[in-house]
Write a protein that binds this ligand. Structure first.
Ligand code: PEP
Ligand code: MG
Length: 876
């Protein structure tokens, strides 16, 4: 028969899958000899078996009873003994913590017969009856869904009449009778008196709570799999509410907000854990315990040190003091802010508890990203109006607007406030500083789209009652009207009235070279860990940059080259007219003239970028987008021409442009005349760009520089496309005096290129995966539309846990990448391979690229430090 129940002494922290996080850590503390009340854990296996069959697996309760006997023997106290009853606490505890989502039942074992025994042992009749009424309430709610309100109403009524000292024992005994009646009315039978039956029903109820609606919702939000099940921890009760020499508290071994060492936590005398959660009375800071109960306090400090040394990390702890005796009820490696994660990792290295390699694994690229955003000055922030889910980080301040059109039309900073957003809100979201919604979580439309755009977003602030028709929202009795200024914090989810001052992030200032690493402990820790990441990583990190300014910024942030210089960005602004001339050219002479006019401008661009990245590779991509992107939109031109004609005026150049736009119109431009196709169809275009690169490099060499340009051809699907462009390019290069050797490579961004990578490698000095287009073409997802369209549904339904445009789809797109790497390297072992899609700056994707054997990732300058850290983590 399978084993389902484990005494605390049988388990250890490595068995969290089986025992749940709480059970595994209780076991670990028991093994360490710490004062944990005796108990046992019913495993997640048992829960899964229960949920699959709808009933407890055979033999489960016999096994529970056998383990209960051991607890009874240890304490010399028996469940159901009317003279001196053992009482039990039953708590859920899954693999991953799901705070407040599941169930706890305390005081199991109390009934009409044992309540007197408890009173006698503790010498406190009032306490015993109060515990009994707590049991009926918790048990009624958890096992049978009896509404808590009904019990609370009776309790409140009693408290109101009881006077200053609170209800006496007799009154509480009467209250228990009333509670039993409420129970009977809702459940249809009496409150179960048999203690073993209470226990089994409680275990069952905890299993069932795994599938409660709120638990399911929480798991979906947090990407916790639905099939894990929960364990159930059964433990002898200890009481923190036995008078002033008892109490309960939480402790952290370091400050989870800043990482500073010290004694952090809260304590509440004469209380049980649930009273702390309910916030009935105010807790005192943990250091106060030293005054109240110095013996327990110093014992707690000793235990905190033991736990930190043992777990080699920040721990959080729940404890109870029963009449001067300290008991540990829970511990785990504690949650912490991004800043604390870096600071603590550095401290633990200094204390000799972990190595620098391990320290790298204690921080994430996502945390570093958070630390780079500006933040509100906490000292200057007023009390928040409300809080929602921090869905996209940043600190945004602006006027409240309630509709997308108003946001799009605004010329000053605005916050778009909606109950929820939909694709029609996109223009407003683009224009706004921040987005605030009252519905939806981290995967709602607002959250997904805002994160994609780097827009600050707080969603699901359900305290807000938003009335767009009246142009206001209310929080309690506060009214905020359209035009009022608010501030929203996309990291904490807090919403403030008025303008809160924003501070630049010290980490961003350090990375930009404006602050020395010694400036503060956080910056010092970031400096140290990034330095270590650079030492151990095998992946290079380059940047996507199109201007000398961006190139310099990327270099400061630690990029060792440019992996993608998009030349189309050099064809905008004033140069658009030159591109128009190119497109409208009538015959070879006009074409040559247009290209000749562009050449010196391109050359100057490249000179600047090659200078900013002197001595480092700069991958320059030949023109990629469809040419009509450089012309006015069809609708606008049509209207202009129609207006001119209606007024009897000659539309002039607009008429010619309109004809060209109509001629070039494509139903699917992203799958149309772009990339290498453009180079093969527009004579002289790529040749001009290649010449500009070569001449710029020659000029840099003459000036004493060390330019390392590389030429990259986009959207290749067949080796013959690449061969044709390469032929032409090499012919041009041969004519430029003083130009260095310039490698010519290709992007791999359509599936056919990946599938024929061996052939393509014969013509390419390097590959760079364009994972934006590769994701678009592999999934047949339009990269410009889908994130604002059906992706929120896909995310909510769990079809994918995260957008494949954000984190590389390792199973599908990743398979194309692995294939291309293998076949490309087989054909040309010295082939350099990188990636320059957005994924190059996403920490999870960086881990994949490292494992797939790429040489470098390339990402936007601001993500360079994040990629460095992620690459370091991937290497340890
Ligand atoms: C890509 O497709 O991943 C890429 C880097 O090119 P672009 O985004 O310019 O199409
Ligand atoms: Mg592309």
């Amino acid at each position: 028969m399978p084993k389902y129940v484990y005494d605390f002494i049988e388990g250890d922290r490595s068995r969290a899958d089986l025992l749940g996080g709480k059970g595994a850590n209780l076991a670990e503390m028991t093994r360490l000899g710490l004062p944990v009340p005796p108990g046992f854990t019913v495993s997640t296996d048992a829960c899964r078996a229960f949920l699959a069959a709808g009933s407890p697996p055979a033999g489960l309760f016999e096994e529970v009873t056998a383990h209960l006997r051991q607890v009874e023997a240890k304490l010399n106290r028996w469940l159901g003994d009317p003279h001196d009853p053992l009482l039990l606490a039953v708590r859920s505890g899954g693999r991953y913590s799901m705070p407040g989502m599941m169930e706890t039942i305390l005081d199991i074992g109390l009934n009409d017969a044992t309540v007197g025994g408890l009173a006698a042992r503790l010498g406190d009749e009032r306490f015993a009856w109060d515990s009994y009424r707590r049991l009926i309430q918790m048990f009624g709610r958890t096992v049978y869904g009896v509404p808590t309100d009904e019990f609370e109403r009776e309790l409140a009524a009693l408290r109101a009449t009881a006077g200053a000292g609170g209800p006496n024992a007799g009154q509480l005994r009467d209250l228990v009778e009333t509670y039993k009646k409420i129970f009977l009315r809702h459940v249809g039978h009496d409150f179960p008196q048999a203690p073993h039956e209470q226990l089994f029903l409680a275990v069952r109820a905890v299993f069932e709570s795994w599938n409660s609606e709120r638990a399911r919702l929480y798991r979906r939000q947090e990407h916790i799999p639905d099939d894990l099940g929960t364990a159930v921890n059964v433990m002898a009760m200890v009481f923190g509410n036995l008078g002033p020499d008892s109490g309960t508290g939480v402790a952290f071994t370091r400050d989870p907000a800043t990482g500073a060492p010290g004694v952090y936590g809260d304590y509440l005398a004469d209380a049980q854990g649930e009273d702390v959660v309910a916030g009935i009375r105010n807790t005192v800071p943990l250091p106060e315990l030293e005054r109240l109960d110095p013996v327990s306090f110093h014992r707690l400090l000793e235990i905190m040190t033991t736990l930190e040394r043992h777990y080699r990390d920040l721990c959080d702890i729940e404890f109870t003091i029963e009449r001067g005796k300290l008991w540990m009820l829970q511990t785990r490696v504690g949650k912490r802010t991004a800043a604390a994660a870096f600071v603590i990792a550095g401290q633990l290295v200094d204390e000799g508890l972990i190595t620098l390699d391990e320290a790298l694994l204690r921080v994430t690229g996502g945390q570093l990203a958070q630390l780079m955003f500006p933040a509100f000055d906490p000292a200057a922030a007023p009390a928040p109006l409300a809080a929602g889910v921090g869905a996209s980080p940043g600190a945004a301040v602006g006027r409240v607007v309630f509709d997308s059109a108003a946001a799009a039309a605004a010329t000053d900073p605005v916050i778009l406030v909606r109950r929820e957003t939909n694709p029609d809100d996109l223009p407003g979201m683009i224009a706004a500083q921040g987005v605030l919604t009252s519905r939806g979580g981290k995967t709602s439309h607002a959250a997904v789209v805002a994160r994609g755009m780097g827009r600050t977003c707080v969603c699901g602030a359900d305290a807000l009652d938003i009335d767009p028709d009246r142009g206001e929202f209310t929080v309690g009795d506060r009214v905020v009207r359209a035009g009022d200024v608010i501030s929203i914090d996309g990291t904490t989810g807090r919403i403030y009235p008025g303008e809160v001052p924003v501070q630049p992030s010290p980490v961003a200032r350090y990375l930009a070279g404006e602050l020395s690493p010694e400036a503060d402990p956080l910056v010092a820790a970031v400096h140290r860990l990034l330095g270590h990441a650079d030492q151990v990583r095998k992946l290079g990190v380059r940047a996507n940059a199109d201007t000398p300014d961006d190139a310099r910024r990327a270099h400061r942030f630690g990029a060792t080259g440019i992996g993608l210089c998009r030349t189309e960005h050099m064809f905008l602004g004033e140069r658009r007219e030159l591109v128009e001339r190119l497109i409208l050219a009538d015959g070879p002479d006009e074409l040559t003239a247009a290209l000749d006019a562009l050449l010196p401008l391109q050359r100057a661009d490249f000179v600047g970028i090659l200078a900013a990245m002197n001595g480092l590779p700069v991958t320059i991509r030949l023109l990629d987008p469809p040419l009509h992107e450089f012309l006015p939109p069809l609708a606008e031109l049509t209207a202009r021409v129609a207006r001119a004609e209606a007024l009897g005026r000659d539309p002039g150049r607009d008429a010619t442009l309109l004809a060209a736009v109509r001629r070039m119109h494509e139903a699917n431009p992203m799958l149309g005349l772009r990339g290498v196709r453009l180079g093969l169809v527009v004579p002289g275009l790529f040749a001009m760009q290649v010449r500009a690169v070569a001449e710029a490099a020659a000029q840099r060499i003459r000036a004493g520089g060390d330019p390392r340009p590389e030429i990259m051809v986009p959207l290749v699907g067949d080796v013959r496309e690449l061969a044709a462009v390469r032929d032409e390019a090499e012919r041009v290069l041969a004519t430029v005096d003083g130009a260095p050797e310039i490698p010519i490579g290709t992007m791999i961004e359509v599936p056919r290129a990946a599938l024929t990578a061996g052939e393509i490698a014969a013509e390419a000095h390097f590959f760079s995966f364009g994972t934006n287009d590769l994701t678009q073409t592999a999934w047949a997802f339009s990269r410009d539309d889908v994130e604002g369209s059906f992706f929120s549904t896909y995310l909510e339904r769990g079809i994918f846990p995260v957008s494949p445009f954000e984190t590389i789809d390792a199973r599908g797109v990743g398979r194309l990448i692995r294939l291309a790497v293998a076949e490309g390297r087989a054909a040309r072992p010295e082939l350099t391979i990188g990636v320059c899609g957005e994924h190059g700056g996403d920490p999870d994707s960086v881990a994949f690229f490292a494992e797939a054997g790429l040489d470098y990732v390339s990402c936007s300058p601001y993500r360079v430090p994040i990629a460095r850290l992620a690459a370091g983590r991937a290497a340890v």
